[in-house]
Design a protein around this ligand. Structure first.
Ligand code: GDP
Ligand code: MG
Length: 301
């Protein structure tokens, strides 16, 4: 793997994000999360094509904030928008902007990342109705492209792919020569662990967990492929939660570790040595200092 492309696909519920993801990646979806809004930047798919790896992210923070963590999420969303290579903003084929649309346009204006407005579901409207929609978005903001598609029929999806490919940085190495992992790789690994934990724990430890990557380094081995050593902590709010996360004789933690390791290996295309710990930090979600120590630093976003 020599190149990686981070793409975020945003838009309100039911606009067709999942359908478009499937159309873009075909059957090669490595990870599909089925719990909405469980993570800050939800990975919806990782696709390997040729020597390029595409990581598709959802940006739930673009939705209305509720708690303080919600506030954080809006800022995190901005952070995501800055970090990715391309933003795909899905909209309905309607020549009218809602208040939420205007807010999103405002947010998108603050980042330099190229934004492609994807007008989806064009199979539902007449051709003549599409032009006013294109016109509306052309005047509403500074977008790189406005591309009408139908995620359902596949119309325009090829064109969209070409445009995304054109925007990708040339030959950026997937990881540095000095074998230090990138911030993005660390974040994705944390999200993968969090996703596996939430999925395996069902509703037993609802949302009160965070994952921190303590160390993450690539290591060269003689006569064998590189390996990536990761030390990570799952942070929860209560001792009772900690016991659930560890499970009987450590069984639950092992399952989380095994599942997460497979996906991280798939992402890095490397063998991974993952060590997981569980820590208790009371009320971390309402405490700025604690949130900061887990990497949720609103000041840095
Ligand atoms: P998401 O909530 O943004 O992930 O939206 P989904 O992908 O789940 O799609 C919501 C609904 O819109 C589903 O019933 C889809 O079948 C439908 N849909 C998605 N894309 C298209 C499209 O291009 N044309 C039509 N007619 N329906 C679509
Ligand atoms: Mg969806």
């Amino acid at each position: 793997m020599t190149k990686s492309a981070m793409i975020t696909l945003c838009g309100r519920p039911n606009v067709g994000k999942s359908t478009l993801t499937n159309a873009l990646v075909g059957e090669k979806v490595a990870i599909v999360s089925n719990k909405p809004q469980t993570t800050r930047n939800r990975i919806t798919a990782i696709v390997n094509r040729g020597d390029t790896q595409y990581v598709l992210l959802d940006t739930p923070g673009l939705h209305k904030p509720r708690s303080r963590l919600g506030d954080y999420m809006v800022k995190a969303a901005k952070g995501t928008l800055k970090e990715v290579d391309v933003v795909l903003w899905l909209v309905e084929p309607r020549a009218k902007l809602t208040e939420e649309d205007k807010a999103i346009i405002g947010l998108l204006k603050e980042v330099k990342t190229p934004v492609i407005v994807v007008i989806n579901k064009i199979d539902k409207v007449k051709k003549a109705e599409i032009l006013p929609v294109i016109d509306l978005y052309a005047h509403a903001g500074e977008f790189h492209e406005i591309i009408p598609v139908s995620a359902r029929t596949g119309d325009g999806v090829g064109l969209l792919m070409e445009e995304v490919f054109r925007l990708l940085p040339e030959g950026e190495p997937f990881y540095d020569e000095d074998m230090v992992t990138t911030q993005t790789e660390r974040e994705i690994s944390a999200e993968i662990i969090r996703e596996k934990a939430l999925r395996l724990l069902q509703e037993e430890v609802p949302h009160g967990i965070a994952v921190t990557i303590e160390t993450m380094k690539m290591r060269k081995r003689k006569g064998k492929g590189d390996i990536c050593d990761i030390d990570a902590s799952i942070v929860c709010e209560k001792e009772t939660h900690k016991r659930i996360i560890i499970g009987k004789d450590g069984a639950m933690l092992r399952r989380i570790g095994t599942d997460a390791r497979k996906d991280i290996e798939n992402m890095l295309q490397r063998q991974v040595n993952l060590k997981l710990w569980v820590k208790v930090r009371r009320d971390w979600k309402d405490d700025d200092t604690q949130m900061r120590s887990f990497g949720y630093d609103a000041r840095k976003l």
